[in-house]
Ligand binder design. Structure first.
Ligand code: SF4
Ligand code: SF4
Length: 413
């Protein structure tokens, strides 16, 4: 039976025509194993689905569906939306697609498909056609646009600034501005208190924005681009008022959104530099302001999980590692899958909020990898990764301490 559906103009996926049609059905986005370059499988969703690993769960199947849509043989629909949003937009498929097996040879086709851009385009067309946002996603966007909230957690505006009362040393005049985001102020306040502790120890100050709204990350990944514009305009106005020359974010999602999405949305470069907290802290150590005391104790082994929004999305692989290596009595051990090949935590792309069991199943795969090392301190640099990996550890009742690098450094001061 053919369902009566609302037609979308498919404006966004039409712009991805060349990328979609270049898929040659090789299947590396689902099956690639290349031990020589540290690649052990590609799609966290396909693996989490296990026996149920149907083509639509990974890139090859989605590309086939998209080809059929572009050729007019299939139409967007509500059922398709349920599959499309079960993708963490981790970008792992891009790292294998059209690539050679030799890390020293880069083919000119290797960047023909930027998968996250294709998935974003599809999500935007689904929203435009009225088949998305899905139930929980719609709630997050509603909260984000609520004048009394302006955050996707449904909390009051006032609550988001409670952490400020618990720290000292915030400046009203510094041109270095911290964008706190929503997740840490509302769900991981301790990390922000620790961040302030580190700055106090370094004798440095930073400013914050008086009325910061959600950066729009969640709505952008869901594909509701129109709901984000007001947030971006408001935040930019607020940041400009501070006279910021440098803005840093401790949330990987905010960092990606501000640095990559905001300039695209406003059609111009931002009038300030955007850096990640790991770069900021590394600078404080390198310029001698932050001194972390050495101890006589044996070095502690830690592993580092690359957040997708820092690594594959933004190419930020070295600063977090360089930072960890500067922490006295700490030995960084690499996980089996790291950098471009890192396994996603499962929380991104709206998966945690709409498909929490899937997010946990993916996290389990990552935690299993940590277990193999026998190391029980897992550092990362993203509140979503911290939250989802911690949820998984708690459910399994295992002795692995998942920490933001900020918290780990603060514990050494
Ligand atoms: S790796 Fe790329 S070309 Fe191969 S099936 Fe997947 S999307 Fe298509
Ligand atoms: S972005 Fe990640 S989760 Fe989505 S299809 Fe690609 S590998 Fe799978």
């Amino acid at each position: 039976m053919r369902l009566k559906i609302r037609m979308s103009k498919l404006e966004n996926i039409k712009k991805q025509w060349k990328a979609i049609m270049s898929c040659m059905n090789c299947g590396d986005c689902g099956y690639a194993i290349r031990p020589a370059v540290g690649r052990f499988l590609t799609c966290p969703v396909k693996e989490a689905k296990g026996e149920e690993g149907w083509e639509i769960w990974f890139s090859r199947g989605r590309m086939s569906v998209l080809k059929n849509i572009l050729e007019g043989k299939l139409e967007l629909n509500k059922d398709l939306a349920k599959y499309v949003y079960q993708c963490s937009e981790c970008g792992s498929c891009t790292e294998v697609c059209h690539q050679t097996h030799n890390p020293n040879i880069v083919l000119n086709t290797s960047k023909w498909i930027e998968h996250v851009e294709v998935w974003d385009a599809l999500r935007r067309d689904l929203v435009e056609a009225g088949f998305a946002p899905l139930e929980h996603h719609a709630k997050l966007i509603e909260y984000m646009n609520n004048p009394g909230m302006r955050n996707p957690y449904g909390e009051s505006k006032e609550k988001k600034f409670e952490w400020v009362k618990e720290v000292k040393g915030l400046s009203k005049t510094s041109d270095v501005v911290f964008f706190a985001g929503c997740t840490e102020p509302l769900r991981q306040k301790e990390t922000l208190i620790n961040l302030a502790k580190i700055f106090n120890a370094a004798g440095k100050e930073f400013s914050i924005i008086d009325d910061e709204w959600c950066c729009g990350s969640i709505a952008l990944r869901i594909g509701d681009i129109n709901s984000v514009k007001e947030n971006v305009e408001h935040n930019l106005e607020q940041i400009k008022k501070t006279g910021a020359t440098k803005l840093f974010a401790a949330c990987a999602g905010c960092y990606r959104t501000i640095k990559k999405d905001w300039p695209d949305l406003i059609g111009e470069e931002l009038p300030f530099e955007v850096i990640n907290i790991t770069e900021m802290l590394l600078d404080l150590i390198n310029d001698g302001s932050l001194k972390i005391p050495e101890t006589n104790t044996e070095a502690i082994k830690v592993v580092y999980h690359d957040p997708c929004h820092l690594g594959r999305h933004m190419g930020l692989y070295d600063p977090p590692r360089d930072l960890i290596k500067k922490i006295p009595n700490t030995n960084l051990i690499e996980l089996k899958r790291n950098r471009q090949n890192a396994w996603c935590c499962g929380a991104g792309g709206g998966v945690k909020s709409e498909f929490s069991d899937l997010a946990l199943e993916i996290a389990k795969n990552r935690i299993d990898e940590v277990k193999e090392t026998g190391i029980n301190i897992l550092l990362t640099a993203c509140p979503f990764c911290v939250g989802n990996l911690n949820d998984c550890v708690k459910i399994q009742n295992i002795n692995i301490n998942v920490l933001d690098i900020i918290d780990y450094i603060a514990s050494k001061l």
